[in-house]
Design a protein around this ligand. Structure first.
Ligand code: NAP
Ligand code: SF4
Length: 674
């Protein structure tokens, strides 16, 4: 019997049966905006082949006003239908089903002239929206219905009406954004009228045999958000108005509580879906931080949801369900919820991809073609670049031997996994281990490969990574100065007062590691909720606890420093940097920008700040001042009398701006080329 009986069970909706309980949740990939609908079709068709039960597209605006950014894709006119038809045809040919999400951004539309129930600017937008008048509201509702009818014409199996995350429908629902005094505002009956009417008109326009999902917010996580009683009332009303399924969403985009980042516990909000399931008859879908078939199966088996929605995991692995069904769950490339190549790209106007799977949204460009002749290839270094290269080469049919000086694979991933809130890296390392075994990559661990022994291979990939930079700061005898690698690997202890030199990604991670003690909040949902001030929406409007955030006191007093005068943490991930900054602020970390380092003594770090000398009294100084390439092996190979074909990749080639995303991308692309 399958390990995932609930996940793989079909879902009967009356007029249609879904083949399993896994929904591929809506993601804005940027593919539609390329105008290359063949590319969009291939992206979704591969996920249909990977047996997604039902795919939901990225949000499509019902009109130009509702587009998240000017030029974003939509279904505004009959001329748009042809492109969408290519997508639905490809998905159906692959045996899948697909629904189009209708998303009206309302005041989140990043353009002057955006519309909303009231002229209340969003804290994340520079534009004050125009309050819709009665005729404007009618026109918007008609556009929802028209977009749905066009979706049906384009061959979709259904639509999802986006009613959460703070977009237009949410904006009508709560007094935070709806200050109207007419029949569309005031009482909850009036505030929910727009959402219910949108569902009613969509149902009317598509007929009864068409999937209609309503995405409902279970906890807005903003002040003046919805109460549970209101959410339950809305759920019953949209069910009566014709919804087939209720998908769930957590948190508005302007919320100051993380909802999908890697530090959020897996399935942290599934308990709210279970509560919703008790309020209505139509099936409900659990979402947010569900990234393994095991986690999904547990939610479904508990009866708390009829389906699960996974979005980013379908970027990490297009064959999620197919592998689970075939008993190969361990081979599902895990989404580590880092946002680095997906949401961070989306929010900076770049095409989405995936840190773990650089081929996502680049399906044609990064096609792995089997090799005509297998070559004997050595890869030196089992950090992310080396692992990606070794695996890709082996997948294409080369005979690969992987050398690693440490006694285990992972390189810098082994350090990342020690950071509280980055436990998902464990799964990534486990996946590499499993895939190396599956692809029969020979592993030579615990020994440094010499140039002489590598010379016997037809090609060598040098992926020896980086070493921590030792900045030229004078250090007096007796001062405790250690590198981030020594602290994170447990080789060097840190005292009760610590200065961190360098406030980049690693400086922030090390500070988080140092202030932390006890269980990781990412593994303890109750602790996580208390630290972020998340409460039960049945008791606290919007799910924000009235007592506020209650962070655990810091384990150490940490000072984080940088030479640049800009705000520390500015270079962190676009969608996650604020979380790291908020965490460290909550833990009382002192952040000093614009410093210059004078010397390190047993008393602490002497710095110059605003031209004045200042002692930062600490017991330990941790250097997080960037890295240097470890390039010795590449030089030795080049100096051989008959050097083999050598490729240098990842940090060994350049340490500038190196992170796991770049390392894996480079390793994969190299592996696809040789
Ligand atoms: P980084 O982000 O470039 O930061 C290096 C830090 O060291 C900077 O704060 C820099 O600031 C300081 N520094 C550089 N040279 C120095 C010198 N000679 N003396 C003193 N200070 C010096 O690099 P990183 O922190 O090592 O991280 C490496 C990569 O991994 C980065 O791309 C980073 O974004 C990524 N990463 C990302 C995350 C994440 O959360 N997404 C987490 C970990 C790592 P000043 O020059 O202003 O002093
Ligand atoms: Fe998941 Fe990170 Fe890939 Fe995004 S980039 S899909 S968060 S692993």
């Amino acid at each position: 019997m399958s390990a995932f009986p609930h996940l793989l069970a079909p879902l009967e909706l009356g007029f249609v049966t879904l083949r399993n309980r896994v929904l591929m949740g809506s993601m804005h990939t940027g593919l539609e905006e390329t105008g290359d609908w063949g590319r969009v079709a291939r992206f979704y068709a591969e996920r249909a082949e990977g047996e997604a039960g039902l795919i939901v597209t990225g949000g499509m605006a019902p009109n130009a006003r509702g587009a998240v950014v000017p030029g974003a894709a939509g279904l505004f006119s009959p001329a748009d239908i042809a492109g969408h038809r290519r997508v639905t045809a490809a998905v159906h040919a692959a045996g899948g089903r697909i629904a189009m999400q209708i998303l009206h951004a309302g005041r989140y539309a990043l353009a002057p002239g955006c519309v909303a129930p009231s002229a209340v600017r969003a804290p994340i937008s520079p534009h004050v929206p125009v309050a819709l008048d009665e005729a404007g509201i009618e026109a918007e509702l008609d556009d929802f219905a028209t977009a749905a009818a066009r979706a049906r014409e384009a061959g979709y199996d259904g639509v999802e009406v986006m009613g959460s995350e703070g977009y237009l429908l949410s904006q009508f629902l709560v007094s935070r954004t709806n200050r109207r005094t007419d029949s569309w505002g005031g009482s909850f009956e009036n505030r929910m009228r727009f959402a219910v009417e949108a569902v009613r008109r969509v149902r009317e326009s598509v007929g009864s045999d068409f999937i209609l999902i309503f995405r409902i917010s279970l906890a807005d996580l903003v002040p003046e958000g919805a109460s549970w009683e209101e959410t339950a009332r809305l759920a019953r009303a949209v069910e009566a108005a014709g919804a087939t399924l209720l998908n769930t969403g957590i948190g508005w985009h302007e919320s100051r509580v993380p909802t999908i980042a890697t530090s959020v516990p897996r399935g942290a909000f599934a308990w709210l879906t279970a509560r919703l399931a008790g309020e209505i008859r139509v099936p409900v879908i659990a979402s947010n931080r569900i990234n393994t078939p095991e986690a999904a199966e547990a939610i479904l088996a508990s009866g708390g949801a009829a389906m699960v929605s996974l979005a980013r995991p379908w970027l990490a692995d297009a064959r999620f369900v197919a592998k689970a069904r075939a008993g190969r769950a361990r081979q599902i490339a895990p989404c580590i919820a880092c946002n680095q190549a997906c949401l961070d790209h989306t929010f900076s106007g770049r095409l989405t991809s995936c840190l773990v799977n650089p081929g996502a949204c680049h399906e044609a460009e990064l096609e792995l073609r089997p090799v005509r002749r297998a070559r004997r290839i050595a890869v030196a270094g089992a950090g992310p670049a080396g692992l990606a290269a070794a695996l890709t080469l082996a997948e294409r049919g080369h005979e690969v031997t992987l050398f690693e000086a440490a006694d285990r694979i992972g390189g810098q991933l082994q350090l990342a996994r020690r950071i509280p809130g980055k436990e998902e890296f464990d799964g990534l390392i486990d996946w590499y281990l499993e895939m190396l075994r599956w692809r029969r990559v020979r592993q030579r661990l615990g020994r440094v490969a010499t140039a002489a022994e590598l010379a016997g291979y037809e090609a060598v990939v040098v992926a020896t990574g980086v070493t921590p930079r030792r900045p030229a700061i004078p250090v007096e005898p007796g001062a405790a100065v250690v590198s981030y690698a020594e602290v994170l690997s447990g080789q060097a202890p840190a005292g009760p007062r610590v200065a961190v030199v360098g406030a980049g990604g690693i400086g922030f991670d090390v500070a988080e590691f140092l202030v932390h003690d006890g269980p990781s909040p990412a593994l303890d949902p109750a602790l996580w909720a208390a630290e972020w001030g998340v409460g039960d929406p049945a008791l606290h409007r919007g799910g924000l606890a009235s007592e506020g955030a209650r962070p655990v006191p810091p384990a150490r007093a940490v000072t984080l420093m940088q030479r640049r005068s800009e705000k520390p943490g500015r270079g962190l991930g676009k969608t996650t940097g604020w979380i790291h900054r908020a965490r460290l602020r909550a833990k009382g970390v002192r952040m000093l920008a614009g410093v210059s380092y004078e010397r390190i003594t047993p008393e602490g770090v002497w710095i110059l700040r605003d031209g004045a000398p200042l002692l930062v009294p600490v017991d330990t100084v941790v250097l997080c001042a960037g890295q240097e390439p470890r390039a010795g092996l590449a030089r030795e190979l080049a100096a051989l009398p008959a050097p083999p074909e050598v490729h240098v990749v990842g940090g060994a080639a350049s340490a500038e701006g190196l992170d796991a995303k770049r390392a894996i991308d480079e390793g994969t692309r190299l592996g696809a080329r040789i």
